[in-house]
Design a protein around this ligand. Structure first.
Ligand code: Z5A
Length: 211
C-alpha cells in the first residue's frame, strides 16, 4: 500500500496554509488519513532548524551556502522520520514547501549553482519525490502585503529581503513548473479562497481515482 505525497509551493502569503487546511478537511471527510506538515520543520530537529533560519540571532549573518545546507538538513530528517514512513503506510502527506523551495529560493534567488543545489536536494530526499505539486502563483507585492497585514510588524529573516528577491522567486517557480508540467498544477493565487479550493479538489480527486 503506498500513499500520496502532495507539496504546496509559492511565494509568501500566496495562500498555501489556507488551501492545505481545506484540502485536509475534504480528504478526511472521505475517510483518508492525512499528514499535514511543513518545511522547514515537520520534526523536532526541523523545527529547531526553522527557528535558526528565521528568527535566531545566530542566523542573522548566515551565508547562502549555510542556509542551503540547513534547509537540506531539515528536509533529510523530515523525509526519513515522517514523510517516507507515512507514504509507506498508505497515508496522504500534504507538505507546505519541499525541495522546489530550495531550487528556487537558494538556487535562483540566491544564485547558488543549480547543479550543486540539485545534488544536495537529491541527497536530502533520496527517492521520496512529490506525486503532485500545487504552485499558487501570486505577484509578490500582493503576497507580502498579506503577510505584513497579519504580522504586527514582526518579519522573519527572509521576509526582510528586497522585492527583487521575491520577483526572482516567482519567476523561478514559473520556469520550474514549465519544465515539469506533469508534476505541477499552477494556479492563479489572486482568485478567491473558494475558487482555489475547487480547482485543487478537482485535481486531487482525479489523482486519487486510480489509487
Ligand atoms: N524557504 C527557503 O528559502 N528554502 C527552502 O527550502 C524552504 C523554505 C523549505 C518559510 O516561510 C521561508 O523559508 C520562506 C521560504 C523559505 N521564506 N520567505 N521569505 P514560512 O513557512 O514562514 O512562510 P511561507 O511558506 O512563506 O508561508 P506563509 O507566509 O505562512 O503564507 P501561506 O501559507 O502561503 O499563506 P496563508 O497563511 O494561507 O495566507 C496568508 C494570508 O492571506 C492569510 O491572512 C490568509 O487569510 C490570506 N489569504 C489566503 N488565501 C487568500 C486568497 N485567496 N485571497 C485573499 N487572501 C487570502
Amino acid at each position: 500500500m503506498t500513499g500520496l505525497f502532495i507539496t504546496f509551493e509559492g511565494g509568501e502569503g500566496c495562500g498555501k496554509s489556507t488551501q492545505i487546511a481545506a484540502l485536509k478537511a475534504r480528504l478526511e471527510a472521505m475517510g483518508k488519513t492525512v499528514v499535514q506538515t511543513r518545511e522547514p520543520g515537520g520534526t523536532a530537529l526541523g523545527e529547531s532548524v526553522r527557528n535558526l533560519l528565521q528568527y535566531d540571532d545566530a542566523g542573522q549573518g548566515m551565508s547562502p551556502e549555510a542556509e542551503l545546507l540547513l534547509f537540506a538538513a531539515s528536509r533529510a530528517q523530515h523525509v526519513r522520520e515522517l514523510i517516507a514512513p507515512a507514504i509507506a503506510e498508505g497515508q496522504i502527506v500534504l507538505c507546505d514547501r519541499f525541495l522546489d523551495s530550495t531550487t528556487v529560493y537558494q538556487g535562483v534567488a540566491r544564485a547558488i549553482d543549480s547543479k550543486k543545489v540539485d545534488t544536495i536536494n537529491q541527497f536530502a530526499i533520496g527517492d521520496t519525490n512529490p506525486d503532485l505539486t500545487i504552485l499558487i502563483d501570486l505577484p509578490p507585492e500582493i503576497g507580502l502585503a498579506r503577510v505584513h497585514a497579519r504580522s504586527d510588524g514582526q518579519l522573519d529573516r527572509m521576509e526582510k529581503e528586497a522585492i527583487g528577491f521575491f520577483q526572482a522567486v516567482r519567476q523561478g517557480y514559473l520556469d520550474l513548473a514549465k519544465s515539469e508540467p506533469k508534476r505541477f498544477l499552477v494556479l492563479d493565487g489572486s482568485q478567491s479562497v473558494e475558487e482555489l479550493e475547487t480547482q485543487i479538489w478537482q485535481k486531487v480527486e482525479a489523482t486519487l481515482l486510480p489509487l
